[in-house]
Design a protein around this ligand. Structure first.
Ligand code: NAD
Length: 251
């Protein structure tokens, strides 16, 4: 790998969409810091994905951890060209009339504060280097409607969408692009082991007849991360088998 290779930080890279994204970027010649709360999975994934991957344990809701992960990318690879703010959890489940404030705050800390911190510290490092860069955030189709995900999760993912637009407007002058992917039903540990439930939802709401894979989403993230998307910023792309486009089934 030459010193001019591009370097990325991928949060939540130990599993699912994040792991597939790390693999996709490495295949394109990127060097990657994989940040995750789960040290066991993170260490193993980094070892499996090769010499251009480093694992850093980080809680994305903690500012010092996110700043540290950005710093680790610059220290390891001499640069940071992309941050993929992808780590996530289902968060608080249940009715708004029942959710405890602590559970609501936890959901927003892991899903929204994390993206703010990745933008804040990633963009600072990119501004200091003066080469521009790219930030890709993972939201969800749940961001667009009231019924496509748990209540707190859906509200948090909607915040991620507009955070991406706000950041795109702020950072364009530094040639830093900010975009958002919105996955639909993707087979990862996040949707749980019961794929029959996911398939039942799919049959009812999604036109495309298969569940999505982490690789389907990673492909779009890699496009947004790289120079092929040089004029794309402030945008969101759904990767959902037509779920959002179809809307409610009336026939
Ligand atoms: P996953 O559970 O396979 O992976 C999530 C990773 O994030 C895990 O490795 C986990 O350890 C890590 N993580 C959780 N909390 C963290 C924290 N505080 N700090 C650092 N790391 C943390 O899930 P996935 O499906 O790959 O989810 C990735 C992203 O895609 C999430 O933002 C999720 O909301 C979003 N998403 C997933 C789906 C889907 O159907 N799977 C749909 C829409 C959006």
């Amino acid at each position: 790998m030459t010193a001019a290779a591009r370097a990325a930080l991928v949060t939540g890279g130990a599993s699912g969409i994040g792991r597939a994204t790390v693999a996709r970027l490495v295949a394109e010649g990127w060097q990657v810091v994989l940040a995750d709360l789960n040290a066991e999975n993170g260490e193993r994934t980094a070892a499996e994905l090769g010499a251009d991957v480093r694992f850093v344990r980080a809680d994305v809701s903690e500012e010092a951890d996110v700043a540290g992960a950005v710093g680790a990318c610059v220290a390891e690879f001499g640069r940071i060209d992309c941050v993929v703010n992808n780590a996530g959890v289902g968060g608080a489940f249940g009715a708004l009339t029942d959710i405890a404030v602590a559970d609501w705050d936890y959901t927003f800390a892991v899903l929204v504060r994390s993206v703010f911190l990745g933008i804040k510290h990633g963009a600072r490092a990119m501004q200091a280097a003066g080469r521009g860069g790219s930030i890709v955030n993972t939201a969800s189709v749940a961001a667009f409607s009231g019924g496509a995900g748990p209540q707190a999760y859906s509200a948090a993912k909607a915040a991620v969408l507009n955070l991406g637009r706000v950041a795109a407007a702020e950072l364009a002058g530094d040639r830093i692009r900010v975009n958002t992917v919105c996955p639909g039903l993707i087979v990862t540990p996040l949707i749980g082991p019961d794929l029959e439930t996911a398939r039942a939802v799919m049959r009812q709401a999604q036109p495309w007849p298969d569940l999505g894979t982490p690789e389907d989403v990673a492909e779009v993230i890699a496009f947004l991360a790289g120079d092929a998307a040089r004029f794309v910023t402030g945008e969101e792309i759904t990767v959902d088998g037509g779920l959002r486009a179809a809307g409610p089934r009336m026939h």
